[in-house]
Design a protein around this ligand. Structure first.
Ligand code: SF4
Length: 478
């Protein structure tokens, strides 16, 4: 097995992460759009398309020896290390490397990857003139076809790569030894908790009791780790060792240990409920964000709404009715979505969303874009209420929310008969986004299945809101 820049970077984070990633041996995903526009930047080019690493290296060597062509997917091998570069230009002073990244900021790990690529390529016998990391230019707005010179910000990281070669060599030797080792154990560290957490967190944390110090809402990961190192792990440990906590955290821990009924600040929850009126519309949008804007006038990672679900009750005690919209996966969905939304929600409606930031921003985005729907959408805009508020403020807390106020935590706590895990294929927003973006590449039969899954997922979000509101009212005797 070769160490590539992805594995190398995992090795810098944590030796166990390196080991488990190497064992898993799954190809890592990359943004094909970014690669496409980086290729456009160096065109005309020749592509190395051999799947076998050794053959790809032979093809790259031949192109470098026999031509001055720019090369896509140039592959280099040195000992047990492999480097595949998105785009390479040749010059008399050496190779110029272009590495696209789907972020607007130049991150430390991108530079570490460049260090590794420099190591492999120079040791394979090639001179490097420059290495550029290409990040997304956050001020870019698409007009007409995409121009990579505007889409990307170019960062020259060559000097840093040159300076870091000794440490790369030492790290590669260390990682090479790990490849032939048995499974290694390491102490839990902040690396385990960075961002959304390490992908092997479940494996490495499975010795801990369920619902422990790492689940306490509002407790920083670094603080939780400090306590963990002092063997303060369970909720009971936190009480026994008098860990300083705020009132919400105390409520989370004590209500769980004592299996208490929900704690409700009736005055504040009643104030929230008093604001709502009929007709009552429960609205949830799904959106996608692309690094390279798909449509005219859009910027990178702009949220494009492609779907909504709407459950509505016209009068107190009335039946729950339902409407929805789902784009075709091919055309810009925003015009049709805005048109249907205006037809489906009357201007005098009270609208409920869960974390209404997205719903409000989509309504405003459509109002700015489409003059013919503007007045109607601007009437809806101020009446979008946020069902998250009583939970976020701690005015209603159920022990089974485990310190989280997301709908995915609130729903099973208040309405255990409903669950996102019962859904097929699509269980959260990211899966919905990828499902929608794949529609255009699917067969008709697959599209029918994906559309059904998308509708079921989004429908559960609005139905969940209906049921959570019902439960809130019931617990307040309303
Ligand atoms: S969870 Fe922590 S210890 Fe486990 S692999 Fe990830 S970073 Fe390493």
């Amino acid at each position: 097995m070769y160490i590539n820049y992805f594995l190398y970077q995992k090795g810098l984070q944590c030796p166990k992460l390196f080991y488990l990633t190497a064992q898993n041996n799954k190809p890592h995903s990359s943004d094909s759009l970014l690669h496409h526009y980086t290729h456009e930047y160096i065109k005309p080019y020749v592509k190395v398309e051999e799947e076998n690493d050794e053959e790809a290296f032979i093809k790259t060597q031949a192109l470098l020896r026999d031509s001055d062509a720019s090369i896509c997917n140039a592959t280099f091998i040195y000992m047990n290390c492999k480097a595949t570069i998105c785009s390479v230009k040749q010059s008399e002073e050496g190779l110029i490397l272009y590495i696209p990244k789907g972020n607007t900021k130049l991150k430390k790990e991108y530079k570490q990857q460049a260090d590794f690529l420099y190591y492999v390529i120079t040791n394979a016998g090639y001179k490097i003139k420059s290495i550029y990391i290409l990040t997304i230019n956050s001020s870019y707005i698409r007009y007409g076809s995409v121009d990579p010179r505007l889409l990307f910000t170019f960062h020259d990281v060559t000097m840093d790569a040159l300076d870091n070669q000794e440490s790369v060599q030492a790290k590669v030797q260390e990682l090479t030894a790990l490849l032939s080792d048995q499974m290694i154990e390491v102490e839990l560290s902040t690396n385990c908790l960075q961002g959304n957490g390490c992908m092997f967190r479940d494996t490495c944390f499975d010795h801990l009791v369920e619902h422990n110090i790492f689940d306490v809402g509002g407790l920083s990961k670094t603080t939780a780790l400090e306590y963990y190192k002092q063997n303060i792990i369970s909720y009971q440990d936190m009480i026994d060792y008098h860990v300083p906590l705020n009132p919400k955290q105390i409520n989370q821990i004590v209500s769980y240990i004592n299996q208490e009924p929900p704690s409700i600040n009736e005055r504040r929850v009643n104030y929230f409920l008093d604001q709502l009126y009929y007709p009552l519309y429960f609205l949830d949008f799904e959106t996608f964000q692309l690094s390279v804007p798909e449509y005219e006038g859009c910027h990178p990672y702009q949220s494009i709404p492609f779907q909504y679900s709407l459950d509505y009750i016209e009068e107190e005690g009335g039946e729950i009715k339902h409407k929805d919209f789902l784009g075709d996966g091919i055309h810009d969905p925003r015009y049709e979505l805005a048109k249907h939304l205006c037809a489906d929600i009357p201007a005098d409606a009270c609208i409920i969303a869960y974390n209404n930031t997205l719903e409000k921003s989509v309504i405003m985005q459509c109002a700015i874009l489409f003059e013919e729907f503007r007045d109607h959408l601007l009437e809806l805009y101020p009446h979008v209420y946020d069902l998250q508020i009583p939970f976020m403020n701690g005015d209603y807390y159920h022990r089974d929310m485990h310190g989280s106020y997301s709908l995915k935590s609130v729903l099973p706590a208040l309405c255990p008969e409903l669950s996102y895990s019962d859904l097929d294929e699509i269980h959260h927003g990211t899966e919905a986004m990828f499902g929608y973006l794949h529609l255009a590449k699917q067969t008709l039969e697959e599209q029918v299945e994906t559309r059904k899954n998308l509708l079921n997922y989004c429908n559960l979000d609005t139905y969940a809101m209906v049921k959570v509101l019902e439960k809130l009212k019931k617990d307040l005797g309303r």
